[in-house]
Design a binder for this molecule. Structure first.
Ligand SMILES: Nc1nc2c(c(=O)[nH]1)N=C([C@H](O)[C@H](O)COP(=O)(O)OP(=O)(O)OP(=O)(O)O)CN2
Ligand SMILES: [Zn+2]
Length: 138
């Protein structure tokens, strides 16, 4: 089962591990000092057994609540670099946004083992899939 969410956020690609010149060279226009925005689209996929009593792997209403807490509340209409502590020590690339969502979801879910995949579209063309350690598709 899969659920979709969209959120809008701004960011600037800038690594604390690179100097200003290196940042400009690596990230180009995405390093512009005033940042830029995206309408991110996220698909969260769960994988598990159908509960014979409920007919559900998980109640979509519960999944919506987890996604609101782990994705929408921290990131929607926010500046990722300034508002989300996770991105104060690492660049807010789509790869790292996927890891943040994965970790956040697992921390709020009652059954975190059901989380199978986080797929995020930063733009129509820039897509990252993350399935936890060792099974990423960057
Ligand atoms: N490996 C990554 N590379 C880049 C990331 C990223 O998250 N991971 N992000 C960016 C920028 O955030 C940038 O905003 C991407 O925008 P843009 O190049 O405009 O996006 P498109 O490719 O969809 O636009 P086109 O007009 O089709 O070029 C850059 N790199
Ligand atoms: Zn960007």
């Amino acid at each position: 089962m899969k659920r979709r969410a969209t959120f809008s956020a701004c960011h600037r690609l800038h690594s604390p591990h690179l100097n200003d010149e290196e940042n400009k060279k690596v990230y180009g226009k995405c390093n512009h000092i005033h940042g830029h925005g995206h309408n991110y689209v996220v698909f969260v996929t769960l994988f598990g057994e159908i509960d014979p009593k409920t007919g559900m792997v998980m109640n979509m209403t519960d999944l919506k609540r987890y996604m609101d807490e782990a994705i929408m509340r921290p990131m929607d209409h926010k500046n990722l670099d300034k508002d989300v502590p996770f991105f104060q020590i690492r660049p807010s690339t789509t790869e790292n946004v996927a890891v943040f969502i994965w970790d956040s979801l697992r921390s709020v879910m009652d059954q975190p083992h059901l989380l199978f995949e986080v797929k995020i579209y930063e733009t129509e063309n820039n897509i990252v899939r993350y399935r936890g350690d060792g099974d990423e598709d960057y």
